[in-house]
Design a protein around this ligand. Sequence first.
Ligand code: TXA
Ligand code: MG
Length: 337
Amino acid sequence: MTSELATRVTQADRGAIGLAADCLARGGLVAFPTETVYGLGADAANGEAIARLYAAKGRPSFNPLIAHVADIAQAEECAEFDATAKQLAAAFWPGPLTLVLPKRPACRISELATAGLDTIALRAPDHHVAQDILEAFGRPIVAPSANRSGHVSPTIAGHVLADLRGRIDLIVNGGPTSIGVESTIVACRAGRVVMLRPGGVAREAIERLLGRALDADTEGLAAESPESTAPIAPGMLSSHYAPRTPMRLDASSVRPGEALLAFGPARVAGADEAAAILNLSERGDVIEAAANLFAHLRHLDGMGASCIAVAPVPNEGLGEAINDRLRRAAARSLPDH
Ligand code: TXA
Ligand code: MG
């Protein structure tokens, strides 16, 4: 049993940045905003802090974590960057792209954070609060999404508090996150670039930069990443984003007692009978929809509906990440799981 902590919540001002850096240096757990979702940060070199982080999240296994860095120079101390990795970091950092790269032997990041793999996931976040904390701390910070395992990722400080109050030291409140889905994860190995998780950078944007299609995952790299594109089935770790209310995807109508998660301006048949309706984006914009996704899911989950019917979302741009998260949530929320 771990004893309950007094979780402090503070607005993201200059004092909060110093407080966060001191707390991390003492092995504490600090939630802070990034442009994608709120992260739960720990000192990447402190194995004990990372063990407490897994316990706070209630993660069933030591899933590898993303190390957040201030810039490419700090990332290059931890991993081997080939020409493609350099090109991707130069184009998309700071931003919602995570690179999985060969770990350098000299890398001081805890083996627990990388779950013993010979690769490491790195990203430079594009959010001034995350950047200020990274600068004040001076070293990489590992940060999974700041939710209890099995819950949807937090896009406001209130979501973090609801999940982790009494389990972490500090929450830095920097308002709602702008992108709303997690980073895109790609692995770069031997000239190949494989997407492990769709996210805040669209596949099309990466392919445009590289001038070619991403490589197929013939080596099963995504299998190293239980939350990514592994086969989706109820009860598997891949079903990570989960409201308690069952979900029905690609719904063209709403049944009485169901809540509706709508997309776009079209009226959905039966909407008058819905227990509640939220629209991801009235104007049918996938970027706006991504920003609303997790907050809307949490909200509808609290309405006591029999089921959440979800209207179809196009699979273009950030739509790929939205549909990925929706499938995982639906797999997890099947009635017998
Ligand atoms: O936007 C984001 O990426 C957020 C913010 C806080 O940065 N973080 C986030 O972290 O989503 P998390 O822990 O919820 O998801 C990280 C994913 C997991 O699926 C993990 O398995 C994968 O990254 N991962 C980490 N290291 C890896 C590695 N070496 N190889 C393959 N997958 C890895
Ligand atoms: Mg997560």
